[in-house]
Design a protein around this ligand. Structure first.
Ligand SMILES: NC(=O)c1ccc[n+]([C@@H]2O[C@H](COP(=O)([O-])OP(=O)(O)OC[C@H]3O[C@@H](n4cnc5c(N)ncnc54)[C@H](O)[C@@H]3O)[C@@H](O)[C@H]2O)c1
Length: 298
């Protein structure tokens, strides 16, 4: 059980949507907040609202910018104290079909959805471990990080990586008293589709009026679907409960259940029938992380 009261949280993408929902729940639980985002108007609104409840600092930060990340982390800790709750949440929807992807789109999507998370870990984790005061990291992935969906190759690639990173971090950090959760939301009622469309780098391709119209209709349809999903307030409460209970996986609904079952079955079915069971068992033991190994290497 992580006691969050009085701790300092750093939330990327904290000005809107899920990040703001998490910020609201943490504020009510007595957590001080450093909110970072690209959307400065929304940051101002969030500070105005949340500073009635807790201490809040806001910073404009592009999570892809490592130098800026380090500078903002420094300022946040000087203002609020050591960060021991880290929420790597900023993200964009990147739904272009595989054959329409460009290097610019890959760099943008991986830059925010994966490298942004890596930058948060690189910035804060060494000092969290060094201080020895415990803490918790929540990485926002997606249901599309657990099984392939129609969210697109680029989105699934980044989100799978975030799930793998979180599971591995969880093994390594447990003996150091730092919990790790990976948030894998189903549909959540936010404006991510329109916000991401506005931020998407231009591909240079000329779109006809008809193509523009169909793109806008697709986005409107997706946004309407998301509005039927779970509220950001509910997600905030789920995340707070998972931090307190130190739970690895945070699902917001059961939408992915059948996808995960089918993927797991396909993975198991694909294993060779005639494999040497005793050799596999010895190997599996060697690849299992033991807390005694980690304490020795720390
Ligand atoms: N809404 C959903 O249905 C859903 C489902 C699964 C996963 N997610 C994930 O949840 C996270 C939050 O999404 P959301 O729905 O709240 O979206 P949102 O657009 O409402 O909020 C995301 C925030 O991240 C910020 N942001 C974007 N790029 C940034 C950058 N480079 N640096 C700093 N901030 C940046 C945006 O300005 C915005 O405030 C994302 O990682 C998303 O992939 C959302």
């Amino acid at each position: 059980m992580t006691d969050v009261q009085g701790r300092v949280a750093f939330i990327t993408g904290g000005a809107n949507g899920i990040g703001l929902g998490i910020a609201r729940s943490l504020a009510r639980a007595g957590v001080k907040l450093a909110l970072v985002d690209l959307d400065t108007d929304a940051l101002d609104r969030a500070r105005k609202e949340l500073s009635r409840v807790t201490d809040v600092e806001i910073y404009r930060l592009d999570v892809r910018d490592r130098d800026e990340y380090a500078a903002v982390a420094q300022k946040a800790e000087e203002a609020l104290g050591p960060v021991s709750l880290l929420f790597n949440n900023a993200g964009v929807a990147t739904g272009a079909p595989a054959e329409k992807l460009t290097y610019a789109l890959w760099d943008w999507g991986i830059g925010i959805n994966l490298n942004g998370v890596i930058n948060g870990i690189q910035t804060f984790l060494p000092r969290m471990v060094e201080r020895g005061a415990g803490g918790h990291v929540v990485n926002t992935a997606s249901g599309s990080g657990l099984a392939a969906t129609s969210s697109g190759v680029l989105y699934c690639t980044a989100k799978y990586a975030v799930v793998g990173m979180s599971e591995s971090l969880n093994l390594e950090l447990a003996p150091r008293g730092i919990g790790v959760s990976v948030l894998c939301p189903g549909p959540v009622a936010t404006d991510i589709v329109e916000r991401s469309a506005e931020a998407t780098p231009a591909t240079g391709a000329h779109l006809s009026e008809e193509q523009e119209r169909r793109g806008a209709a697709r986005r409107a349809h997706m946004t309407a679907l998301l509005q039927q999903g779970v509220s950001t307030a509910d997600v905030g409460e789920m995340v707070l409960a998972a931090v307190r209970a130190n739970e690895l996986y945070i699902h917001t609904d059961r939408m992915m259940e059948d996808f995960i079952k089918r993927r797991t079955k396909a993975l198991l079915d694909a294993m060779p029938a005639g494999s040497d069971a005793s050799r596999d068992e010895v190997m599996a033991r060697s690849f299992t992380v033991k807390s005694s190994d980690q304490k020795q290497s720390s």
